[in-house]
Design a protein around this ligand. Structure first.
Ligand code: EPU
Length: 434
């Protein structure tokens, strides 16, 4: 069952949260959206039937399946397993409407170029968290030999052959690293991506590409080397656990002063968060694919958190962490350096009673004893998750609107927290409501 299937109606869904929960229990973390999306896009590079496991049932995954179908693939999704038959993929053209539905639609650019020598698509959509250019993706493909034309949002890339080269990324962009890696697998000779992103999702893509027969090494470091290969074969692959969902649960456990055990988690992917939470007084133990998070007192302030590419503190957990700091003892500072528009939750949190001032890309958060429930809007995926956490701990009832943003990255967040003791319910719009 998909979190929000009825496009249109989904925009009207709300979460109603009764504050005062103390999260307790054990929860299994689902597969990583941001690993599954490029992997699903990369399946088109090898003809045949792929099976991708541990794929979370999220809105963005459904959009990726629709995109793959639009180019001729057959896609079957069942209980976390996605089967993609790419043998009938016959068009390197992605309709504008599908491109607009999420940022990750851009992941088709590298794979389609590698397979067909041509790709036609449009500027991608995605969460409104700041300027999200694709210049590094395009520059990388150009350096591999692609000719790129852009007119009014339409992008056409052509290359009779791609040839490996050194590509330096001015910013270690996750998406650009992934797109270039995928295209370079189909290039002649060796490509080196220098100043590459080091996120765990990049390593997962490397492992998947290699399972198909590619020769990629170095993912997880700042230099990735790709030896082009002539042929790839379809394969079966299991996606890594979602470190951002895990981090969201860890923060929620701490904020509600509960105790939560996470299963199917990769503790090594959460080092920056674990470090900061421990500094705030949260008790965390971890083992093989398991973590326990416990907090029995008011968290302490954190002098300074700076979001930055992995392995630094992730921008995708900044909003959730701000809820904890809003209730911490003292003044904390959070500097966002990855996206220029990722403080939209600040306005909503202040409406719930938080004391936060934003100045020059930093948020100054003076901890308050409590937050108060009210109606707030999920402006983007992680801001939405943060407001849900705020609602769990607030006094009174919180209504979170625009839940479809949250559904892009969490498989029914109300059930995830509900199983841990939260009182949270999804309100569907009345029939005929617009
Ligand atoms: N950038 C450019 N030019 C480019 C590409 C990126 O200037 O060609 C800039 C962006 O504007 C941004 C920075 O570089 O300021 C970092 O962007 P990056 O490309 O690394 O991010 P992304 O690939 O668009 C992925 C995740 C995001 C996550 C970021 C950073 C996926 C599908 N998305 O986005 O996830 O925030 O990396 O870690 O992997 C989320 O899950 O909520 C989410 C937004």
């Amino acid at each position: 069952m998909w979190a929000s299937d009825n496009v249109g109606g989904e925009a009207l869904e709300k979460l109603v949260i009764e504050g005062g929960a103390v999260l307790k229990g054990t929860v299994r973390v689902h597969g990583a959206k941001n690993a599954a999306l490029p992997i699903l896009a990369a399946t088109v590079m090898a003809e045949g039937v792929h099976t991708i496991e541990n794929v979370p049932p999220l809105l963005d995954i459904k959009v990726m399946a629709d995109i793959l179908r639009s180019i001729g693939c057959t896609v079957d999704i069942r209980e976390g397993r996605v089967t993609v038959d790419t043998s009938r993929a016959d068009t390197p053209h992605i309709p504008e409407e599908l491109m607009q539905r999420m940022r990750s639609s851009i992941f088709l650019m590298g794979p389609l170029l590698a397979r067909f020598g041509r790709v036609e698509l449009y500027q991608p959509g995605g969460c409104a968290i700041g300027e999200r250019k694709i210049d590094l993706h395009l520059k990388g493909l150009e350096l591999l030999g692609a000719r790129i034309e852009q007119t009014q949002g339409r992008i056409v890339c052509r290359a009779e052959r791609l040839v490996g080269t050194d590509i330096f990324l001015g910013i270690p962009s996750v998406g650009a690293t992934e797109n270039i890696m995928m295209a370079a697998v189909g290039a002649e000779g060796v490509t080196r991506i220098i100043n590459a992103a080091r996120e765990p999702e990049i390593q997962d893509l490397q492992n998947f590409l290699n399972r198909m027969g590619a020769r990629v090494s170095g993912a997880g470091t700042d230099t990735i080397t790709i030896q082009g290969v002539r042929e790839l074969r379809p394969c079966t692959y299991r996606v890594i656990p979602d470190r951002i969902v895990a981090g969201t649960l860890m923060i929620a456990a701490a904020v509600t002063r509960g105790e939560v055990t996470l299963e199917d988690v990769c503790p090594d992917h959460l080092t920056a968060l674990t470090h900061v939470l421990r500094q705030a007084g949260v008790q965390i133990t971890s083992g093989d694919a398991i973590m326990n998070v416990r907090c029995s007192r008011r968290p302490g302030m954190i002098e300074r958190i700076v979001t930055a590419p992995y392995p630094s503190f992730p921008t995708d957990l900044q909003a959730q962490m701000m809820v904890l700091l809003s209730l911490a003892d003292g003044l904390s500072i959070v500097k966002e350096t990855v996206f220029d528009g990722r403080f939209k939750h600040v306005h909503e949190l202040t409406r719930m009673g938080a004391d936060i001032r934003v100045d020059c890309g930093s948020a100054f958060i003076r901890g308050v004893p409590r937050l108060y429930g009210t109606t707030v809007e999920a402006t983007d995926l992680r801001a939405g998750a943060a407001l849900v956490i705020a609602g769990l701990v607030a006094q009174g009832t919180t209504i979170v609107e625009k839940v479809h943003h949250i559904d892009r990255g969490y498989d029914r967040i109300e059930d995830m927290f509900g199983r841990l003791g939260a009182r949270i319910e999804r309100l569907e719009p009345a029939p005929g409501a617009t």
